[in-house]
Design a protein around this ligand. Structure first.
Ligand code: CUA
Length: 151
């Protein structure tokens, strides 16, 4: 027999779970928040660089190490879809682009991926948000998104 007080707790728990799920779906659909993925590690991901696939598609290998990101700057045209492949040469680092709500971890032996589209021109700072030693606060990089009108 379920007591009245228990019933209240059950209803509250189910309601909270529902609110949480609605918030998740809302974030995915309306705010374009997606989950970070992983791909199997291999040595090629330790070669930092931006690769142009076509005019609007880029794949970028980011290598984090104490205390820098490589490449430190990338340039892409407005509207480009950029896929990040992130790994670390040493300790755990973070990879945060606040304007795009991107939050990834750079870990040795692991490749974290995320795909996003830069619709608005501007400079998007990347910061390390995982404490990684004395140079942590200087560990920054930039994604520079140019308006096609500037070219
Ligand atoms: Cu790298 Cu903090």
């Amino acid at each position: 027999m379920i007591q009245k007080s228990e019933k209240g707790v059950i209803v509250a728990t189910i309601s909270l779970a529902l609110i949480f799920m609605v918030a998740l779906v809302y974030a995915m659909v309306k705010k374009e928040v997606d989950v970070v993925n992983c791909v199997p590690f291999n040595q090629q991901f330790l070669e930092a660089g931006s690769h142009k696939i076509d005019d609007k598609t880029y794949k970028v290998n980011y290598v984090a190490s104490m205390w820098q990101f490589q490449p430190a700057q990338i340039f892409v045209p407005t509207g480009s879809e950029v896929e990040f492949f992130l790994t670390s040469k040493d300790v755990a680092h973070g990879f945060h682009i606040s304007e795009k709500n991107i939050n990834m971890m750079a870990l040795y032996g692991q490749v974290t991926t995320y795909k996003t589209t830069f619709k608005t021109p501007g400079v998007y700072p990347i910061v390390c948000h995982e404490y990684c030693g004395v140079g942590h606060q200087n560990m920054v990089a930039e994604v520079i998104v140019n308006s096609p009108l500037q070219h």
